[in-house]
Design a protein around this ligand. Structure first.
Ligand SMILES: [Cu+2]
Length: 456
């Protein structure tokens, strides 16, 4: 639910959809009706997933669908519905990605690629990743469907198949998915850093573009680090360990440059700064536990424990969600021209930050003591930390409720905004009207004026 129906639709479908045309100076995406088609698929996909969760006690396979659990283990309709829902999510994503890619590449007119804003670059790289990855997932789950319904034996060793192939297909998609989720959040964080500090550039532009491309490319060849427990040989383990650790280098450089950019300026404390620092903390924390997990030797000890759960929640669920909230707190005033109250947003941040950390830090301890994932009932020695973690989850739920209240308050009290408290030169800050602002004629002209200064 989080990956396919919250983070991707909000980060790429929401922010990307809204800001891509504005930033490159087009009236809309190149294929607006295709965009609408993609949007209508979203509720259908969610509906199928929800029905799947409610039918026959839910599918017991997790999001990974490993056979034979998903082929022989659960023969009800629940797994089929989930697969169908993933198919719909896949069609959505591919349609959207072609739309985005052609808008970014065609719509930029005669501009050089180097002058595009970074958010666009992250969108282009994630688009590339999704277009080559999603069909692989679609193939995997379709073959799984054949195994379930048509009695084929692709993933069943009794009929000459190989169970492991599914894991390869799944993680060939699954690992780049991590970058697909988090790269747009990087773009937003960079925008936020620029808006906060008033600098025209955060760091060397070409450097960060190549860093994003590098993260994307290396991310495509590390998938088997999810499969150290299976029968892959020692050489492959060594390779996948090394390749996975290498990704930490470009990512680490990005984090340090952001921190330096913030340190070298005088900024008053404000909610956006909290969100940016919160994102950096969460993402770095998750990244460090990721380096621990990327070692084949370490991973065998803590595989399938709560440590892994804590790791990917720090990077993805919380890291990417912090990116989303950073985006909301910098873009909400410029999208709706309405003020939010800084103190209340700050209190939401405090609640949410405390909540997610109280939830997920104890989960690390549980994992290190060998507490396994996906178990309904745990031994009583884990009770203490489980209780703390549950308490934290209540705090985060309260924080989300608080956020919805703030949002309502902003809309209903209607405090109009006359000036933007920002020196950011990016195009979306300079426009008055955000809906179909450009016509074909002025597009290149506007782009040239705006994009030049940011290169100096
Ligand atoms: Cu991975």
């Amino acid at each position: 639910m989080i990956i396919f129906f919250i983070v991707i639709p909000v980060l790429i479908g929401g922010f990307g959809n809204y800001f891509l045309p504005i930033i490159i100076g087009r009236p809309d995406l190149i294929f607006p009706r295709l965009n609408l088609f993609r949007f209508t698929l979203l509720p259908i996909g969610i509906l199928f997933l929800l029905v799947s969760l409610q039918s026959e006690g839910g599918r017991g396979t997790g999001w990974t669908f490993y056979p034979p659990l998903s082929s022989i283990g659960h023969d009800g309709v629940s797994v089929d519905l989930s697969i169908f829902s993933l198919h719909i999510a896949g069609i959505r994503s591919i349609v959207a990605r072609f739309n985005f890619m052609s808008t970014a590449l065609k719509g930029k007119g005669n501009l050089a690629l180097e002058s595009l804003v970074l958010l666009i670059w992250t969108l282009v790289v994630t688009t590339f990743l999704l277009v080559i990855r999603l069909p692989v997932l679609a193939c995997g789950i379709t073959i799984l469907l054949f195994d379930r319904i048509l009695n084929t034996c692709f993933f069943d060793s009794r009929g000459g198949g190989n169970t492991l192939i599914f894991q390869h297909l799944f993680w060939f998609f699954g690992h780049p998915e991590v970058y697909i989720l988090v790269l747009p959040a990087f773009g937003i964080i960079r925008h936020a850093t620029m808006a906060l500090t008033g600098k025209l550039e955060v760091e060397s532009y070409i450097g960060i573009v190549y860093r994003i491309i590098r993260i994307g490319l290396i991310g495509t060849v590390v998938w088997a680090h999810h499969m150290y427990m299976t029968a892959i040989d020692a050489d492959s383990r060594a390779y996948f360990t090394a390749a996975t650790i290498v990704i930490a280098i470009p990512t680490g450089i990005k984090v340090f440059t952001w921190l330096l950019t913030i340190r070298d300026t005088q900024i008053k404390w404000n909610p956006v700064l909290s969100w940016v620092l919160g994102f950096l903390f969460m993402f770095t924390f998750g990244g460090v536990t990721g380096v621990i997990l990327s070692n084949a030797v370490m991973d065998i000890t803590i595989h399938d424990t709560y440590f892994v759960v804590a790791h990917f929640h720090y990077v993805l669920s919380i890291g990417a969600v912090f990116g989303i909230f950073t985006g909301i707190s910098i873009y909400w005033p410029i999208v709706r021209k309405l003020h939010y109250q800084r103190r209340i947003i700050q209190s939401f941040f405090n609640n949410f930050f405390a909540g997610v950390n109280i939830t997920f830090i104890p989960i690390h301890f549980l994992g290190l003591h060998g507490c396994p994932r996906k178990y309904k009932q745990l031994p009583s020695q884990f009770k203490k930390w489980v209780a703390v973690s549950t308490f934290g989850s209540y705090i985060s739920m309260f924080a989300i409720w608080w956020f919805i209240t703030i949002f309502n308050e902003t809309i209903t009290s209607y405090r109009l905004m006359y000036t933007l408290n920002s020196v950011c030169r990016s195009l979306e800050y300079l426009l008055e009207n955000k809906y179909h602002t450009f016509t074909e004629g002025v597009r290149v002209f506007v782009n040239k004026i705006i994009c030049k200064p940011s290169k100096i």
